[in-house]
Design a protein around this ligand. Structure first.
Ligand code: PLP
Length: 413
């Protein structure tokens, strides 16, 4: 094995600074071990993880059952490419189709790739089924969306940090306000629209939850206009918001369901698009794929990860403890002017700091949380997303709320 002799956080940070691209701005914490809700740094300090790798580790770090599935499969077969069949992919496809109620599944790796896949499916469906003239298909996206980092995906982004300096952009997207039904009605009336592409809660934007009824209205307006509802549940799916899918809160069934992150419990990249035959079968052999997509290692890990979510009733835990968490944060807001509000669903929550997005208050607070043993990171300057693994207990939630409260009140003082 390649020898890794790093012994101090300072050394690890220096190595990343010197040899790695500077495309992230991490908190100065170097993690070397994880178990359940906990992470440990190189010096052995223990933290509660309140980011969960952006909701990829819903099942907790290094879940023993998921790791066992990984090891067992890794000893048998890891990758064949899709040039041949393997004995795990079909089983996993059946498993996810039955779990989420669709006829077909298409496995990819990253979330961005799953979104790219859905874009291609929607466009091809638009040309072959809806009759949109060649190269005229439009996908309607929402302002403040986050769907990934590829050049096509950022073409629909309204965030300058995603787009500035990376043009020219892919045509074929129209961006409308999120959570605005009249805007939906207007945009989807265009006969060249093949899909509406939204997140049921905008996670990266700062956990923006649409008004109740918005998703249901979106589903209805899509149907009325023969437009596909393409739902990115990469961050909100797999029990994070208190139901298996955030769409379930409004009984909405997307035509194209996009999943990633916690599909693997954070063990390796697995993503997925689910759809019925009428949509999925528009893509023919040779028109789309990925060397690693649908590999047997990912298939085995994905099935175990979903089974753990079910067996451990993680959606129920997220629902219940999310309420406890928001109650505690609302009580804290009564005691401090530093926090403007708390919002969220299940265990996907955010506190908004009473300062400008340009201020470093949220960053400094996160540094203080870390000193006290809790890891979280600001998004868009003054918003702190708080999303622990869903295996957290009520006692631990209270311990973390105590810690946040002490930190906030000390910071204010
Ligand atoms: N879509 C949503 C809603 C996300 O939150 C993310 C990542 O944060 C992505 C897509 C991109 O996923 P990945 O980073 O795996 O490409």
């Amino acid at each position: 094995m390649v020898e890794t002799t790093i012994t101090s956080s300072r050394e690890a940070i220096a190595l990343e600074d010197n040899y790695g691209a500077h495309n992230y701005h991490p908190l100065p914490v170097v993690l070397s071990k994880g178990e359940g809700v906990f992470l440990w740094d190189l010096e052995g300090k223990r933290y509660f993880d309140f980011l969960s790798a952006y909701s990829a580790v819903n099942q907790g770090h290094c879940h023993p059952r998921i790791i066992q599935a990984l090891i067992t499969q890794a000893k048998e077969l890891t990758l064949t490419s899709r040039a041949f069949y393997n004995d795990k992919l079909g089983v996993a496809e059946k498993f996810v189709c039955e779990t989420f109620g669709y006829q077909k599944a298409l496995f990819m790796n990253s979330g961005a790739e799953a979104n790219e896949t859905a874009i291609k499916l929607a466009r091809k469906w638009g040309y072959t089924k809806k009759g949109i003239p060649d190269n005229k298909a439009v996908i309607v996206a929402a302002r403040q969306n986050f769907h990934g980092r590829t050049t096509t995906i950022i073409s629909a982004s309204t965030d300058p940090s995603s787009t500035k300096g990376f043009g020219p952009f892919m045509p074929g997207f129209e961006v409308i306000d999120y959570n605005a039904i009249p805007a939906l009605e207007k945009a989807l009336a265009n006969p060249n629209v093949c899909a509406l592409w939204i997140e049921p809660i905008q996670g990266e934007a700062g956990v923006f939850i649409p008004d109740e009824g918005y998703l249901k209205a979106a589903e209805k307006i899509c149907k009325q206009n023969h437009v596909l509802l393409m739902m990115d549940e990469i961050q909100t799916g797999i029990a994070r918001t208190g139901k298996m899918l955030a769409s379930d809160h409004e009984n909405v069934r997307p035509d194209l369901l996009i999943l990633g992150k916690a599909l693997s419990g954070g063990v390796l990249p697995v993503s997925l698009v689910l759809a019925d035959d009428e949509i999925m079968l528009v893509i023919k052999p040779g028109e789309h794929g990925s060397t690693f997509g649908g590999n047997p290692l990912a298939a085995a890990v994905c099935m175990e990860s979903l089974q753990v979510v079910r067996d451990e009733k993680l959606a129920d835990n997220a629902e219940r403890l999310g309420m406890v968490f928001r109650k505690r944060m609302n009580a804290l807001i009564e005691k401090t002017k530093l926090i403007q509000l708390v919002r969220g669903k299940g265990l996907l929550n955010a506190i908004v700091i009473n300062d400008t997005p340009e201020s470093d208050t949220a960053w400094n607070l996160c540094l203080d949380f870390a000193k006290r043993g809790l890891l979280a990171k600001p998004t868009h300057g003054n918003i702190i997303r708080l999303a622990p693994p869903l295996v957290i207990t009520e006692e631990q939630i209270h311990e973390c709320c105590d810690l946040i409260e002490t930190s906030v009140l000390a910071y204010q003082a």
